[in-house]
Structure formats: C-alpha cells, structure tokens
Design a protein around this ligand. Sequence first.
Ligand SMILES: Cc1cc2nc3c(=O)[nH]c(=O)nc-3n(C[C@H](O)[C@H](O)[C@H](O)COP(=O)(O)O)c2cc1C
Length: 156
Amino acid sequence: MRAFRPEPIPEADLDRILEAAWRAPSSNNEQRWDIVLCTDRAQLDQLSRAWTWAGHIAGAAAAIVLLSPHAEAGDFVEFDLGQVTMSILLEATDLGIGTCHSAVGDQDLVREVLGSPPDRQAFVMISLGYPADRPLRPIARPNRKLKSEVIHRGHW
Ligand SMILES: Cc1cc2nc3c(=O)[nH]c(=O)nc-3n(C[C@H](O)[C@H](O)[C@H](O)COP(=O)(O)O)c2cc1C
C-alpha cells in the first residue's frame, strides 16, 4: 500500500495497533524497542524525507517509527523488531487499514523530528492509512518466488 485516502484513523484503532505492537514477543522478553506514533502532518512530511523510498509516509494518516539501541550483527533485536512490525501490519489489516514499511536512511533527521535520544536507532517506519491504490485484500498472484523453490517438506 503506497497511496492513502486522506481520512484520519480513529484513536481507538490506533490504540489497538499500538497494543498489538507492545504485546509482541522478544528474545528473553527484552523488549528493546521504542514505538513512536506520529499523526501530525508536518512530522509525517519530514519523516518521508528520511529515506529515498519513504514518500508514501507523506500521504499517510499516521506512521509508526520503531527504534532500538544500536545492534551488533547476530543480535536478536532486529528479529524482535521484525515481529513488532508484523504485529502492527496484521492488526492494522484486521482493522481495514493499509500499511507500508520504509527503511531509514537519515537517522539524524528522524532524531530531530521525534526528539529521540542519540543512543537509539530508527529501525523501520511504517505508514498507515486507508488504501487509495488498491483494495485491502490478499493479492491473487503476489510477486513471490515459486513455492517449490522455497517450501520444503521433510527434506530438500
Ligand atoms: C525491512 C523492509 C524494508 C522495506 N522498505 C521499504 C521502503 O523503504 N519503501 C517501500 O516503499 N517499501 C519498503 N518495503 C516493502 C517491500 O518492498 C514489500 O514488502 C515487498 O516488495 C513485497 O510487497 P508486498 O508486501 O506488497 O507483496 C520494505 C519491506 C521490508 C520488509
């Protein structure tokens, strides 16, 4: 979903999405994340400039930024943040709300927009809103590798 209609998302739905994010499982239950919800139009516009392919955030009703302490390679924190992300996506979809991920290029810009501390890295930004580009339903032929290439039953 990369284009959204202008309507805002009801507060109760945003609360449900944040609750799902907060409930996500993590390695050793460490919960090394901060979850920032943005609905302010100027903030969304600024966040959309933090990465080349983050333009969809400018037109979104809201965005959630996930931050964590800097992680070394092999640290499970990125896996955990992936689980928070998926929880947000699933809860939003259940509420009829579309989403799109964005990576983060300009960490300093995100810190300036959110006022987040220097020891936190923004891991991903997720735009949220009511879809304008396509209906919110499973894609009949998703752009995926062949199942036979990646799904193995019992042995290779
Ligand atoms: C870690 C991650 C980063 C992503 N970053 C971007 C991004 O910066 N901009 C964007 O438009 N989509 C981004 N995406 C969305 C992927 O491009 C998208 O999930 C993939 O193309 C599959 O599309 P589909 O989920 O609509 O089938 C990202 C996805 C992931 C998992």
